[in-house]
Design a protein around this ligand. Structure first.
Ligand code: NAD
Length: 306
């Protein structure tokens, strides 16, 4: 069990917090947001839900960041979401400023905590938060795409989702890549089945935009999936998940997803087990991430100086 801080009580923050709490992974939770009364009223909602389920859990909703103290893991979903038609990378400067502010404030009261980034562009926000806070930070990365991929293939082949294994890697979002060498159906290589790979890739890239267009944001999918990352950490499950852990590239810390063991310690990454083509895709993704990240950091520094 873990003490979990949730920074941001918007659509995705609420869904992750609820899902993590009812999964039995959390023994104490503090939920913080800047909107007056929002976390406090959300706390009431949670207490009502726990009453019917008989869940015993310490929970506090607050507008004071000082209350986020002594946490084991801090989940950051504070920040602007995409509007229809926007790319995640369009959010970089606005959300990076929030990460720098939080990165300056959170570590003092949370020694040893690990940070799980959710706000977009999620991998770049993890890198910014880690650069400024100097704290170990992971990104929810492509575990969300991984479950989108598995669910789509299962539906197409009319199989239970438990029959489909495999991972999506690279940067979360439009540039994520299906790591086909990891994809197995009933334990067999994907090529033994009639799977249209382009259709799978297209679905994984486009479905979040479609959900945002109609529903206004993605919540239940990523909310449950990211709660499972917290659960894997809190209950030391050692589950393999496609999250992004920090890695050095051209002297910069960057975050790009690969299948990784998630327990009370994070890692190792299993990317050495990928075939050559998938390793090449991951390397290409890192290079692309680095180029864009470097330009975005420059733009951020300019706006901070102005
Ligand atoms: N990684 C993923 O898979 C994934 C999935 C869904 C959403 N997201 C991202 O998560 C972020 C939040 O999305 P949402 O749909 O919940 O948006 P939202 O607008 O519903 O919620 C954002 C919340 O952040 C709060 N906030 C802003 N600045 C803050 C600060 N400095 N401290 C604390 N709270 C602050 C806002 O008050 C708001 O309640 C977006 O960047 C979105 O793109 C990521």
């Amino acid at each position: 069990m873990a003490k979990v801080g949730f920074i941001g009580a918007g659509k995705i923050g609420q869904t992750i917090a609820y899902s993590a709490m009812v999964s039995g992974a959390v023994d104490e939770a503090v939920i913080y947001d800047i909107i007056p009364e929002l976390p406090e009223k959300y706390e009431h909602e949670l207490r009502h839900a726990f009453a019917t389920r008989g869940i015993k859990l310490e929970v506090l909703g607050t507008n004071s960041l000082d209350d986020v103290s002594g946490m084991d893991i801090i989940v950051i979903s504070a920040g602007k979401p995409r509007k229809p038609g926007m790319s995640r990378r369009d959010l970089f400067v606005d959300n990076a400023k929030i990460m720098i502010d939080l990165g300056n404030k959170l570590p003092a009261k949370n020694p040893g905590a690990i940070y799980l980034m959710v706000a977009n562009p999620v991998d770049m926000m993890a890198s910014v938060f880690m650069k400024y806070s100097k704290q170990f930070t992971i990104s929810a990365g492509d575990q969300v795409e991984t479950m989108r991929m598995r669910s789509f293939i299962a539906k197409k082949l009319k199989l239970p989702v438990s029959a489909v294994d495999g991972f999506v890697g690279g940067e979360h979002g439009e540039d994520a890549v299906v790591l086909w060498s990891t994809v197995k159906i009933k334990g067999q290589p994907v090529d033994k089945y009639n799977v249209n790979k382009d259709e799978v890739t297209d679905y994984v890239k486009k479905i979040p935009g479609e959900i945002i267009r109609v529903i206004g944001g993605t919540t239940w999918g990523p909310g449950t999936i990211i709660a499972d990352i917290i659960k894997a950490f809190a209950l030391n499950e050692n589950r393999v998940m496609s999250i992004a852990t920090p890695r050095e590239y051209e002297k910069e810390i960057i975050h790009v997803s690969a299948p990784t063991v998630v327990g009370s310690s994070i890692g190792p990454s299993l990317e050495t087990l990928l075939d050559e083509k998938d390793r090449w895709s991951l390397n290409a993704s890192m290079k692309d991430f680095y180029e864009v990240y470097k330009d975005n950091l420059k733009q951020l520094e300019q706006t901070m100086k102005a």
